[in-house]
Design a protein around this ligand. Structure first.
Ligand SMILES: O=c1ccn([C@@H]2O[C@H](COP(=O)(O)OP(=O)(O)O[C@H]3O[C@H](CO)[C@@H](O)[C@H](O)[C@H]3O)[C@@H](O)[C@H]2O)c(=O)[nH]1
Length: 458
């Protein structure tokens, strides 16, 4: 590909304003820059202000739109419904302003890559006659479930199980996205997820943060209904692609970092002796669940490093942190990909957000899967039964929580049991396949080249 021709193209990347959405888009933006494009990632004014972001991160430019809450983001509003309405109104208006701002420069926007949680971003792109590419931040299997609902191929509420969807394993109720299983529990979220395909037929490209060998049946099946290009994993390149070694993190943290504390603490621990725990940037545990988890960890008796966001920390018993000694470390936020590559980490107890899941697989870390909501139950099903890279905790349905003895059992299985040995072998195999996918000539690398060359020709 001729860099000179490609560099004329300027793509604007518009993620949902949350860490699990900004990260994969930022990494994809870096990759597009490495292929000769100019890339600008859009964050909300609130995020840019509160995190004191500059005008670029490495080779990727940053710019802003409004989510309607420039002085205080989503967590301060009570209703997600209202948040989405304001995000759509303010986001559409300010995205249009942004595109017009660039029209007056030597680098106008040619293509908007948008997360389908924000279908209005595609409408704005099309009003300006631009190319539009949907970028799914969840696995193909999950996206295809929403496609089936949007197109009324699967009707809600689910009337019988297991649910059979072409290209996917049979799914029991507990394996379905929470908004599909219980659409009335968070109606605004359910509506947002199902509506991802409401205008997707107008998108010129459909990009998914997965890789072909991970989900061949789902990708082949979904490809019959839309132009799918698998482009993942969007894990910082230094870990996967030896051609690009300039990034070892995503570069935009929406929470203050506590990175050196974690790496110093880990460096004093033996190989594969630590359980790393994180529930991502969004979900929280109930007080009861927190207590069960603490007991499960204590009983399993391994070292542990737990990311508990500042807003969640009050759920810990009062003197817990002080009494931890050297057995455990609690930090409010760290650089997860760096932690996952640390040799001291033996397993990852995760909520199975898609980024955490694909990061653990790419970096060869066995998982204890503890899904909470959204796409996480599907991801956990695939982790345990299809890719065989972890073990999934069983919920006590009566109490609605995972009890301490189950947590202890799963951690022990993965850290010291026969199951753990098998899982470690499997996850290392998937890590090699992830590297293969993004390296020169791999499926994701070829798809990105195809995407870029089509943009250039259009
Ligand atoms: O201390 C930490 C903890 C996490 N991370 C990063 O934060 C991201 C978290 O993403 P993810 O694991 O996907 O979790 P969520 O933040 O919960 O992501 C939301 O968005 C995802 C993509 O749509 C969905 O799969 C999830 O269910 C949804 O909750 C990952 O890249 C992690 O590497 C850090 O950098 N430091």
């Amino acid at each position: 590909m001729e860099t000179q021709t490609a560099s004329k193209f300027h793509v604007l990347l518009v993620p949902f304003p949350g860490q699990g959405h900004v990260n994969p888009m930022m990494q994809f933006a870096r990759r597009l820059v490495s292929k000769g494009l100019e890339a600008t990632l859009v964050v909300s004014i609130f995020i840019a202000k509160s995190m004191k972001l500059g005008s670029s991160v490495g080779p990727v430019q940053l710019d802003v739109i409004s989510d309607g809450y420039d002085d205080g983001g989503f967590p301060k509003t009570n209703s997600f419904d209202t948040y989405l309405e304001r995000l759509k109104a303010a986001g559409s208006r300010t995205l249009a302003d942004l595109i017009m701002k660039y029209e007056k420069t030597p680098n106008p926007i040619d293509c908007v890559i948008y997360e389908p949680f924000l279908p209005w971003a595609l409408d704005v792109a099309k009003e300006f006659g631009l190319l539009g590419a949907a970028f799914f931040t969840q696995p193909c299997a999950v996206d295809y479930i929403y496609y089936n609902i949007q197109h009324k191929l699967l009707s809600l509420p689910i009337s019988s199980t297991p649910v059979s969807i072409p290209g996917l394993p049979l799914l029991e109720l507990r394996d379905l996205p929470s908004f599909v299983r219980l659409p009335d529990s968070y109606p605004a979220n359910a509506e947002m997820l199902i509506s991802q395909f409401c205008n997707a037929d107008k998108a010129d490209f459909v990009l998914i943060n997965t890789f072909y060998k991970l989900e061949p049946e789902a990708v082949d099946t979904m490809s019959k209904v839309c132009p799918v290009l698998t482009i993942g994993p969007t894990v910082p390149s230094i870990y996967l692609d030896k051609r690009i070694e300039d990034d070892d993190d995503y570069g935009v943290d929406l929470f203050p970092l506590d990175a050196s504390a974690s790496s110093n603490w880990l460096s004093s621990k033996p190989e594969r002796s630590v359980v790393y725990l994180s529930f991502g940037s969004f979900s929280g545990l109930s007080d009861n669940q927190m207590e069960e988890l603490l007991w499960g960890l204590k009983r399993s008796n391994f070292y542990f490093l737990w990311v508990i966001r500042a807003t969640e920390e009050a759920k810990l018993p009062k003197t817990f942190k002080e009494n931890l000694g050297d057995k455990g470390l609690i930090v409010n936020w760290s650089c997860q990909v760096k932690l996952l590559t640390n040799k001291a980490v033996g397993c990852f107890l995760t909520h199975c957000g898609w980024n955490s899941t694909i990061e653990a697989m790419s970096l060869g870390v066995p998982m204890v899967a503890m899904p909470l909501w959204s796409d996480q139950p599907v991801n956990a099903k695939l982790v345990e039964d299809v890719w065989k890279v972890g073990i999934r905790v069983k919920v006590d349905e009566e109490k609605g929580i995972v009890p301490r003895d189950e947590i202890e059992f799963c951690i022990r299985e993965i850290m010291e049991g026969e199951k753990g040995k098998e899982v470690k072998k499997n996850v290392e195999k998937w890590s090699e396949l992830a590297i293969e996918a993004v390296s020169e000539g791999g499926t994701s690398d070829k798809n990105i080249d195809q995407f870029v060359s089509k943009l250039v020709k259009t």
